[in-house]
Design a protein around this ligand. Sequence first.
Ligand code: SIN
Ligand code: MN
Length: 265
Amino acid sequence: MTDTALDGIAAAYHENGWVVLKEGIGEQVLRDLRASVRRISAMEREEVVCEKDSDVVRALHGCHRFDQVCAALVRHPRLVGLAEQLIGDRVYVYQFKVNVKNPQVGQRWPWHQDFAFWSIEDGMPEPHAVNIAINLDEVHELNGPLTVLTGSHRLGIIRAADQPERAAGGDWHEHVSADLTHSVPAERAAELAANHRPAQLLGPAGTISAFHPNLVHWSSDNRSDDRRTVLFVTYNSVRNAPRNVTRPAFLVDRDTTPVTPALSV
Ligand code: SIN
Ligand code: MN
């Protein structure tokens, strides 16, 4: 990607809090990732989380720590270059997850801001991080796309007047389930939507998007016949490591070594 293209992406990101890139991830990388997700989904391990009261896989966590394809992905020069540009610093991998959202049964992610979790649960000092999302399936209007409120990243952490600050230390399963601990009430999100245009992050498999830690977002249940798998890598500034991490390492990576982009992928 040229410097000019990256500048345009960064300008859109800072203005809106999100950006969908024109150029996706390569075909071979996409094929390899899909194969890894299939393989990992069949494993019985803590990193594989199921939908509530079900054995349907909801998400895979921390796969870059044990799967070679995922480990290579987080060093992909395009992802690392993008993260460094958007954050303005060297970065490390704070979190890695794949949200599978299976046809008919994949459940929602209520309205929330990621930085609420990272600051309250882990003690991340500032929202100097970025989510980079890669669609592993086509994401369309009906299979539970991520919906964001444009510009809401400038509002800071939102708390409804009648909602006391939630303390840290709950069950981590409630940070990755359809009943999220630190959510934005749906009525509050509806009010915000009047001034912060809702946008769906859509695109064919391979599409790359980025969104800000404070951006208000949700995604609905998947009632369609199409799976909606999206992979998320969260890069954090090397100078913004969280101070109070108690959650499992597959949710919050303790390795803050700056990522070195791979020479070839
Ligand atoms: C997230 O908010 O972390 C994920 C939402 C989604 O997969 O739709
Ligand atoms: Mn989120």
